[in-house]
Design a protein around this ligand. Structure first.
Ligand SMILES: [Zn+2]
Length: 105
């Protein structure tokens, strides 16, 4: 069973997930934070790093649903951390456009 604080895969419900934290030295994708499901392989983003232009162009703001790697997420919070850098905190969302299918990008 899942324990408090465990990250549950939104696709298959598995708790066997591995967190990749933002900012760890030596990782290629260290600007984003996500967890990977060991059962189905899905990657679920928790934090994305975005530039000011990407925030504007994507109209990223709290409450909106955006896509990351083909999956929908609700924006929980947008935090400015630098002159041109924002952190976007996400929560997995129900797909509002299920017709686009799991393979769409
Ligand atoms: Zn899974």
């Amino acid at each position: 069973m899942a324990r408090p604080g465990d990250r549950i895969c939104p696709d298959c419900g598995s708790g066997r997930t591995e967190l990749v934290q933002r900012g760890l030295a030596g990782l290629v994708n260290a600007t984003d934070q996500y967890y990977r499901c060991h059962d189905c392989g899905r990657i679920t983003y928790e934090i994305l790093a975005r530039t000011a232009r990407e925030i504007r162009a994507g109209r990223i703001e709290p409450g909106r649903v955006i896509r990351a790697a083909g999956h929908p997420y609700t924006v929980r919070r947008v935090l400015k951390i630098g002159v041109n850098e924002y952190l976007v905190y996400l929560r997995p969302a129900e797909d509002p456009f299920p017709m686009s299918g799991p393979r769409s990008r």
